[in-house]
Design a protein around this ligand. Structure first.
Ligand SMILES: C[S@@+](CC[C@H](N)C(=O)[O-])C[C@H]1O[C@@H](n2cnc3c(N)ncnc32)[C@H](O)[C@@H]1O
Length: 278
């Protein structure tokens, strides 16, 4: 089979600008190969043979449903259960106990997972709560999980995972306890699935009404944005956090140099952030 034609510089620029505008994702020059291979997969799904015909369709109807599919295709949805492990240890040992202590009178606590991808991260947190903080389930407790991509959210909501996905990071006892086998897939228990409110939310657009938060997980998404966008998002999260509330970022992400209103807290191997008291 002939190799696919190379994407033109004009098409790459068009896609790059559109994705930046719609999702703030920065596609550096040099990422042509990545863009091309993702778009080719999408083009074939859409019944087209080439990336250039896909871009031609997109140019003809900007803002249409194809645009959304292209943006979805450009998101990196890499995730796994208990990714990096130590943030979940710190959640168990320090962050949730302190949040429950702060909120024990109201018996009301909110958690937001802001780039939930296919659901492994919010479900890891929910399993941890089931294992160690049963009391919280009897509180007025809300867990909101959001993502830009409707495609990954649909998968997250369904709560079904392949053998390969459950092999990545999920301890066998938790698999046995919290999942049921469905043919080739594993489905998370309904009581866990139903506690998570999955919603679409583009971090750079207007947010739907969100409750004040005690804990925000926003891991491995700021890395795709430029400094200004990171700064704006960190500011908006700061305003959503309750006093003492915590923000957990990915290992390669920080508030340092972007927003001085956060203080850095280090527990064991985990760094998380709290709004500085004024
Ligand atoms: C690499 S995954 C991280 C998943 C999970 N937080 C983790 O660390 O395993 C990044 C996620 O961010 C989402 N994303 C990218 N741009 C976004 C935006 N502008 N608003 C909201 N979510 C976005 C993608 O759809 C993707 O699911």
């Amino acid at each position: 089979m002939a190799p696919p034609e190379k994407m033109s510089a004009a098409d790459f620029d068009y896609i790059r600008n559109m994705v930046r505008d719609q999702a703030a994702i920065v596609l550096e020059v040099g990422k042509e190969y990545l863009v091309e291979s993702r778009l080719l997969t999408l083009a074939r799904k859409e019944g087209l043979n080439t990336v250039s015909s896909l871009v031609t369709q997109l140019r003809a109807a900007p803002g249409g449903p194809l645009q959304r599919k292209v943006v979805d295709a450009m998101t990196t949805n890499e995730t796994s259960f208990f990714r990096d492990l130590h943030p979940f240890e710190t959640l168990r040992k320090a962050i949730i106990p302190a949040a429950m202590e702060r909120r024990k009178v109201e018996r009301q606590l909110n958690i937001w997972c802001g780039a939930a991808s296919t659901g492994q991260e919010p479900y890891s947190i929910m399993m941890l709560i089931h294992e160690h903080f049963q009391e919280l389930l009897g509180w007025n407790f809300r867990f909101v999980a959001t993502d830009l991509s409707s495609e990954v959210l649909a998968r997250a909501k369904a709560g079904r995972f392949s053998q390969l996905e459950v092999n990545r990071g999920l301890p066998a006892p938790l698999l046995v306890k919290h999942f049921m086998r469905h043919g080739m897939e594993w489905e998370i228990r309904e009581d866990i699935r139903k506690r998570v409110e999955f919603r679409e939310l583009n971090l750079i657009r207007e947010w739907p009404v969100m409750p004040s938060m005690d804990i925000v997980f926003l891991r491995n998404v700021l890395i795709y944005f430029d400094a200004d966008t990171k700064r704006q998002i960190l500011g908006r999260i700061r305003r959503l956090l309750r006093p003492g509330g915590c923000l957990v970022l990915g290992g390669a992400e920080t508030t340092l140099g972007l927003d001085d209103n956060y203080e850095r807290v280090v527990v064991d191997r985990t760094t998380f952030y709290r709004v500085r008291a004024v």
